[in-house]
Design a protein around this ligand. Structure first.
Ligand code: SAM
Length: 431
């Protein structure tokens, strides 16, 4: 396919996502299935344009003074893929599959417009209602913090210490220019893509099949490490999902002690079994949703609540969620977070630890949930997460936002500050 056909396809897919409120991954997959002539390079290039548009929908619309799929795709080509209006005209000239060009004035305006002159929420690429929440979370840095969530993400991996060293994985993935991450000691990174390029499918590599590494954002790795799981401990991963954190905990515990992996949703938990086997994690007992966990009450050294959340910290990877999020959905999550914290806290032994993690940056889901929990559970106290960082990550720069919580301190990781997805981390101790 030539550029014109790829752009037309991106416009069609964006229209489909908007008309049917579909997740972007589903819309792309369906398009690929019904257009089998498109090769993998075409699909990757089209996917990049669609994702770029969804990440920066508001600023692109401001540049074009229009928010039709056509206008957004043209604006993404001009501002994200380093093409001038003339480059684009030439590339589309004579291509019968190319979409009609916007009028010259729109084209030139888009290329010339300076985003610095746009309203704050446009520069932040945020829906209007979320601007106040970002201001509350980040003060005067809020626009830069939100804008960093509209960049393309790297591909991060964690070397699995149960089977390999980071060095060994770097060598195995050398053809992909894999480097060590700056903060997480077992992290590996392939830089964000540019233009029409895509990340390699590392899951087909022998090193992945052998369990030498997992795909996991560096922020998620850091949160798991800060939790402080040690060999010999009794640990409950209460919102284990597909097991991303469980696997990191098992590696940190060197397969010694016991991890109980639980999730309220059977379907989300299902992939954990294959992942545990591939990683060689042998100290994990998976509990099905209706299992009675009564025997574990007040017996855990560490209980992890990797809570259901709005996922605002992962917008680089799931940009469609940014525009779909509603106040009602946020409200629903807050109730689920309180319920998960209340239920999980019953398993913490005296002087044991309860860790609360979200991949959201909204204060309501983070410090406000901790404040509400402390009101209901005065037998818990917030620890100093900055001290935990120094202890667990002695070689890492303090690349986080410290957040006051109770009498202690929580941490927030962000793309801008930490170069990771956005995460909130708080550790509490049962007195
Ligand atoms: C952020 S995801 C977990 C991701 C996972 N820990 C990982 O690292 O891959 C949150 C999970 O919490 C689960 N969940 C929500 N409410 C729950 C509850 N009250 N008890 C247990 N699990 C719950 C959801 O089913 C979902 O799988």
């Amino acid at each position: 396919m030539r550029l014109g056909g790829r752009m037309a396809a991106a416009m069609e897919i964006i229209a489909d996502i908007e008309a049917r409120h579909r997740p972007v991954a589903d819309a792309l997959k369906d398009w690929g299935l019904s257009h089998r002539f498109a090769g993998s390079g075409d699909r990757a290039a089209i996917g990049n344009v669609v994702y770029d548009v969804l990440r920066r929908k508001r600023s692109l619309a401001w540049r074009m003074e229009a928010e039709t799929p056509d206008a957004l795709v043209f604006a993404a080509m001009l501002t994200g893929q380093d093409m001038s209006p003339n480059d684009l005209r030439q590339a589309l000239d004579g291509d019968r599959f190319a979409p009609p060009l916007p009028d010259d004035a729109a084209f030139e305006r888009c290329a010339a417009r300076d985003l610095a002159e746009a309203p704050d929420a446009v520069r932040a690429d945020l829906p209007e209602w979320l601007a106040a929440h970002f201001k509350e979370a980040f003060g005067e840095d809020w626009v830069a913090e939100a804008a960093a969530l509209a960049e393309r993400p790297p591909l991060d991996m964690r070397a699995n210490a149960l089977k390999a060293t980071r060095d060994k994985v770097v060598k195995a993935l050398a053809p992909f220019s894999t480097v060590e991450t700056a903060l997480a000691p077992e992290g590996l990174r392939i830089a964000p893509t540019t233009g029409a390029a895509r990340h390699p499918n590392v899951q087909v590599e022998a090193a992945f099949q052998k369990g030498w590494f997992e795909i996991q954002d560096e922020g998620s790795q850091l949160a798991a490490r800060l939790a402080g799981a040690r060999a010999g401990m009794q640990v409950l991963d209460f919102c284990a999902g597909a097991g991303g954190k469980t696997l990191a905990l098992a590696a940190a515990m060197e397969n010694s002690g016991q991890i109980h992996a639980y999730d309220a949703d059977r379907q989300r938990l299902a992939p954990i079994h294959d992942r545990l086997a591939r990683a060689g994690a042998r100290n994990v007992q998976v509990h099905a949703p209706r299992d009675d966990l009564g025997e574990l009450r007040e017996r855990m050294n560490l209980v992890l609540v990797d809570a259901p959340c709005t996922g605002t910290g992962t917008w680089r990877r799931r940009p469609d969620a940014k525009w779909r999020l509603s106040e009602a959905a946020l409200e629903k999550r807050l109730g689920e977070q309180d319920a998960a914290l209340d239920a999980a806290s019953a398993f913490v032994r005296p002087v044991g630890r309860l860790v609360y993690i979200t991949c959201s940056l909204l204060p309501q889901e983070n410090r406000e949930r901790i404040a509400a929990f402390l009101e209901r559970h005065p037998d818990f106290a917030v620890l100093d997460a900055q001290a935990l960082w120094r202890e667990s990550l002695p070689d890492a720069a303090p690349a986080y936002h410290a957040v006051a919580a109770g009498e202690g301190r929580a941490l927030m990781l962000t793309p801008l500050r930490s170069g990771t997805d956005g995460f909130f981390f708080a550790a509490l101790e049962r007195r």
